[in-house]
Design a protein around this ligand. Structure first.
Ligand SMILES: Cc1cc2nc3c(=O)[nH]c(=O)nc-3n(C[C@H](O)[C@H](O)[C@H](O)COP(=O)(O)OP(=O)(O)OC[C@H]3O[C@@H](n4cnc5c(N)ncnc54)[C@H](O)[C@@H]3O)c2cc1C
Length: 367
């Protein structure tokens, strides 16, 4: 099969795949559109949202405009109503081959992690999965390295004219950060972890002025090899860690009595104002809480207003998911636990004694 995506000068604009469920945008779409705006400005390019689904999804386009999209391509087709890898891959590859974007960003959601590699393979381009930071402009990239790495940036030589997308992600179990570029093929593709990128402010004026263009896709027999017979929604309510203002997380320190430890965390989360309970991987691996509670490199990345770590040692993989929280409070029996390195407030003590005292104090102050 012949590919013409080596003529990289033909490729323009920054595209974002905007995932929707029943017409409702995902929080990751807003994060990616906000970041995409920054990248488009750095590159002097347009920011385009790509919205695929069944009839009626076009209403969400304005919202994307309000967060920075210049244009939204909408494909409404009953074959795109429920996600299938085949249908979405076909529609997106057709659009990319036709319009040639330089960068294509996808949220690292369950759907994004399935879709992006399939699209990249079909287009014969590179994909960097699970990114936590993106740059185009070299000045901004070297500023980022100066701040976030131990490299001696000022004594290194960089090609300051480089306009490739620099895709940074944790590597080697989170012990290193790697920046990856895709210099020979287009589009440069990245999936980005939900919750990592900051959302822009919504702007009514921009929402009103976004250009919405409806496109069509033609499916041939054999393009879609799967058929969704039924969508069964999980009855269990998943915890919304990414949207939470207050998170109280428990670690292996609750091993003496996990049930009581979790109950204390729930009570403290409530006393702090409707918070939710998170967990370290030790807790989810032990089955004391389900995987949707896990914070960290292989769990969720969170940045709540208040993050409380109860009996969590502060391994690098855990810190990677919570260290950008506004206020971090840690309770640990060991005064040299690494979690104290990122904590704003540290309490050395047994969580089974400290937490009831914290709850009582909060309740007394509210009463
Ligand atoms: C590739 C990879 C990915 C990973 N991804 C993640 C991830 O996403 N999230 C994550 O969390 N981990 C992750 N891990 C695991 C991580 O390395 C740690 O093993 C894990 O975070 C440890 O969990 P913990 O701090 O709860 O347990 P421990 O390390 O066992 O720490 C328990 C802490 O509780 C304290 N303690 C004990 N009793 C009490 C008490 N009564 N009161 C107060 N404190 C007490 C102890 O002093 C200790 O500091 C990953 C590891 C790898 C290799």
């Amino acid at each position: 099969m012949a590919f013409d995506n080596e003529r990289i000068e033909d490729y323009k604009d920054i595209w974002v795949f905007c995932e929707q469920r029943e017409g409702k945008l995902m929080s990751t779409d807003i994060e990616l559109i906000s970041e995409g705006r920054k990248l488009a400005d750095e590159r002097g390019a347009k920011l385009v949202g790509l919205l695929l689904g069944g009839n009626g999804i076009a209403d969400a386009a304005q919202e994307l405009g309000g967060y920075g999209a210049d244009k939204v391509y909408v494909i409404e087709d009953e074959k795109l109503d429920v996600y299938t890898t085949d249908a979405y891959t076909k529609a997106i590859c057709d659009m990319i081959n036709d319009k040639k974007p330089e960068v294509f960003l996808v949220g690292a959601s369950t759907i994004g992690r399935d879709l992006a590699p399939r699209v990249a393979a079909r287009l014969h381009t590179g994909l960097c999965a699970d990114c936590t930071h993106l740059d185009i402009n070299m000045d901004l990239y070297t500023d980022f390295l100066r701040e976030a790495s131990t490299m001696d940036i000022d004594n290194m030589t960089f090609d300051m004219e480089d306009t490739n997308l620099k895709m940074t992600r944790p590597a080697f179990g989170g012990h290193m950060m790697a920046t990856i570029i895709c210099p020979r093929f287009r589009p440069c593709m990245a999936t980005v972890r939900p919750g990592v990128l900051k959302k822009a402010e919504f702007d009514e004026k921009k929402a009103a002025s976004v250009v919405v263009e409806k496109l069509q896709v033609t499916f041939a027999a054999g393009d879609i090899r799967t058929k969704v017979l039924e969508v069964v929604k999980e009855a269990r309510k998943m915890v919304d860690l990414i949207g939470a203002e207050v998170i109280v997380s428990v670690g292996n320190g609750i091993s003496k009595d996990p049930e009581k430890g979790i109950k204390l965390a729930e009570e403290l989360a409530e006393a702090l104002g409707g918070g939710v309970v998170g967990a370290s991987r030790a807790v989810t691996d032990a089955g004391w809480l389900t995987a949707d509670h896990q914070v960290g490199q292989t769990g969720k990345t969170v940045r709540p207003r208040i993050y409380v770590a109860l009996g969590i040692s502060g391994a690098i993989q855990h810190k990677a998911g919570m260290e950008d929280s506004e206020i971090i409070i840690a309770v640990n029996t060991s005064d040299d636990a690494p979690i104290f390195e990122v904590a704003d407030y540290g309490l050395v003590g047994d969580l089974y004694e400290v937490v009831p005292a914290m709850i009582a104090d909060l309740q007394a102050n509210i009463a």
